[in-house]
Design a protein around this ligand. Structure first.
Ligand SMILES: Cc1ncc(C[n+]2csc(CCOP(=O)(O)OP(=O)(O)O)c2C)c(N)n1
Ligand SMILES: CC(=O)[C@@H](O)[C@H](O)COP(=O)(O)O
Ligand SMILES: [Mg+2]
Length: 626
């Protein structure tokens, strides 16, 4: 039952409640989250951990006039439930449904579109500065987790906020977790502080004792500030110009409400350090916060997933196993992840090679240049990174790695369509932004055997390389034998056809391509390398094939198909090239297989492309006479 929650559609309804009712509402929200997400899946742990904080924020801040900017935004489901989206909450992360992250187009309460970490303070600072410049009286708060606080961008923003002396509240939601347990020196200091709650009790006891001695409290306060500086990171924030308050219990509304009420009215940069528990109120999630960071539909009674895995391993696991095999054979190999140990398949690698595993936190730029430094000293670093998050370190890839031609291997996961996470997490662009980079070898495995061999290929190169693969199960081939290097720039003819047409696939499309090739007796080629292209094979094909269809799970703009088309245009303009890939758009959220079909990246789409060959060539439009 959620009789209180049923009365709340918007924050003004919430603010009409007596504060004493809020703990009951918190419990109803937790029950609602568990029930709904047990059906749909989603980011469970972080949302259970921010129930009270979200209530307190919408209760004390005059939203939407006041601005709340969520960092990453995966923890903003309660925010959505309280801002007019309870009825549609069951559609979250599904095609046509609510986004899993705050999205400006979705609600005026969603002040900034997020999904990638560590942007909230910058955006909130921009809003605070603009509001002040326009004479708008409004409170602005960024809510950032301890994981997101490990990114350099967060400190760039703190530094600037202190410089501007901006009216900005930063709320650090510290649950000692990223997706994995949080990493970094700052996180360790936070943990000691939280563990050191004795610090607060000791201070309160001393305060009471000294209050009876005139003047003693001032001396003690100064001593305390010094002492606090010795053991709390609050000093770090205070050095950046922030008034640090905390740590406070992020589940205690009696603490949160007055503190947020006071901080809202204060001026200048303030930072409230809030301590929460990821997964709060649901024992399985409290006990295994990493496992319950992102969940598929589950049994709310036990937390067990409704559907078990099974079938061929995901490419992520194929990569993780191959990295272990290559590292076992070559002690120079290291594995580096920017805070995505589980998602990138490195859990077992860390267990096998703890001294060669590096989780650098949410710090993609640092991850790449750290790898560059390792490579300078003869190591063979492998950076395991999602395509979408690699976007954040593009300059490091070019400037620190490619220009110096350093042997860093990029194992790019979640390439192409990601599904429920939607546009902010799409891996649509990596072929386009990597192809122009000199010195870089760019590979698209078509199956698990290719993936293993391409890892070995990259590790054998003296310069940078990248292999990219989707969030999907592998095709299920036997992977006997150790990963072994391929001949760089050589494609694999999978089917010899005599119909004068060919399907050239970049990635795991051989199955649907073979299906589509039957009807017209088309040739099927596993291209394997986007860079360098197998131009010798393309030259050979062009002599006997008058229509080539390229297939890639990447935006067409600047993609692999364009490389093929450019080469053939220079060779024989009469050869027709049809490119299948993603449009010039951000791919919406939805179910991955359905989305692949929507864009013709399946057997039906390839068949249609081959059939179109008989269609008359589009007549070039007459250029209008000047
Ligand atoms: C730039 C970037 N890198 C990685 C991620 C993947 N990611 C999503 S949430 C998360 C952990 C965030 O930890 P924290 O900010 O502490 O939030 P919590 O889940 O603990 O509430 C990570 C690494 C991301 N969203 N953005
Ligand atoms: C919020 C965030 O960025 C991550 O939790 C991301 O959703 C993980 O994606 P996967 O579920 O594909 O690992
Ligand atoms: Mg955290």
């Amino acid at each position: 039952m959620a009789e209180l929650l049923d009365t709340i559609s918007y924050p003004e309804d919430l603010r009409g409640l007596d504060a004493a009712r809020l703990p009951d509402l918190a419990e109803e929200l937790r029950g609602y989250l568990l029930e709904s997400l047990s059906e749909t899946g989603g980011h469970l742990g972080a949302n259970l951990g921010t129930v009270e904080l979200t209530l307190a924020l919408h209760y004390t801040f005059q939203t939407p006039h006041d601005r709340l900017v969520w960092d990453v935004g995966h923890q903003a489901y309660v925010h959505k439930l309280l801002t007019g989206r309870r009825e549609s909450f069951g559609t979250i992360r599904q095609a046509g449904g609510l986004s899993g992250f705050p999205k400006r187009a979705e609600s005026p309460y969603d002040t900034f579109g997020v999904g990638h970490a560590s942007t909230s303070i910058s955006a909130a600072l921009g809003m605070a500065q603009a509001s002040a410049a326009q004479g708008e009286e409004r409170a602005v708060a960024a809510i950032i987790g301890d994981g997101a606080m490990t990114a350099g961008m967060a400190f760039e923003a703190l530094n600037h906020a202190g410089d501007l002396n901006a009216n900005l509240l930063v709320i650090l939601n510290d649950n000692e977790m990223s997706i994995s347990p949080n990493v970094g020196a700052l996180s360790q200091r936070f943990s000691r502080l939280i563990a050191g709650r004795w610090y607060n009790r000791m201070r309160d006891n001393a305060d009471r004792a000294l209050s009876r001695i005139p003047g003693a409290r001032d001396i003690a306060r100064r001593a305390e500030e010094h002492f606090k500086g010795l053991i709390t990171p609050g000093t770090l924030f205070e050095e950046l110009g922030f008034n640090y308050v905390g740590p406070v219990d992020g589940h205690n509304l009696d603490e949160l409400l007055p503190i947020l009420g006071n901080l809202r009215g204060m001026e200048g940069p303030r930072l409230l350090h809030v301590v929460t528990r990821k997964g709060k109120g649901f024992e399985p999630a409290e006990n295994e916060p990493t496992k319950y960071h992102g969940v598929t539909p589950f049994d709310p009674a036990t937390g067990a997933p409704r559907k078990s895995g099974g079938g061929a391993p995901a490419y992520t696991k194929v990569f993780g196993d191959a990295l272990i095999e290559t590292a076992a054979a070559d002690e120079r190999v290291t594995g580096i992840t920017p805070a995505m140990r589980e998602g990138s398949g490195l859990v077992e690698f860390e267990q096998r090679f703890p001294e060669r595993f590096f989780d650098v936190g949410i710090a993609e730029q640092h991850a790449l240049t750290f790898a560059a430094g390792q490579a300078c000293e003869g190591l063979r670093p492998v950076v395991a990174i999602y395509s979408t998050f690699l976007q954040r370190a593009y300059d490091q890839l070019i400037h620190d790695i490619a220009i110096q031609n350093l042997p860093v291997v990029f194992a790019i996961d979640r390439a192409g369509i990601v599904g429920p996470d939607g546009p902010t997490h799409g891996g649509n662009f990596d072929l386009s932004f990597l192809r122009p980079v000199p010195n870089l070898t760019l590979m698209t495995p078509a199956n698990e055997v290719d993936l293993r061999n391409m890892l070995a290929t990259g590790l054998a190169l003296e310069g940078p390389s990248a292999l990219r693969y989707p969030k999907d199960k592998a095709v299920g081939l036997a992977t006997s034998g150790p990963p072994s290097p391929l001949e760089v720039g050589r494609a694999e003819v999978v089917r010899e056809g005599s119909g004068g047409q060919a399907l050239l696939v970049f990635g795991p499309f051989i199955g649907p391509a073979l299906e589509a090739a039957e009807e017209r007796d088309a040739t099927v080629v596993n291209m394997r390398f986007v860079k360098p292209l197998d131009t010798a094979l393309l030259t050979e094909l062009a002599a006997t094939h008058r229509h080539l269809v390229t297939v890639e799970e990447n935006t067409l703009a600047g993609g692999a198909g364009e490389a093929v088309r450019a080469f053939l245009a220079s060779l024989d303009p009469e050869v027709r090239v049809t490119c299948l890939g993603l449009p010039d758009a951000f791919i919406p959220q939805g179910e991955r297989t359905a989305l692949l079909g929507d864009y013709g990246l399946d057997a039906a789409g390839m068949t249609a492309a081959l059939r179109a060959h008989t269609a008359p060539r589009p007549v070039a439009r007459e250029c209008p006479q000047k």
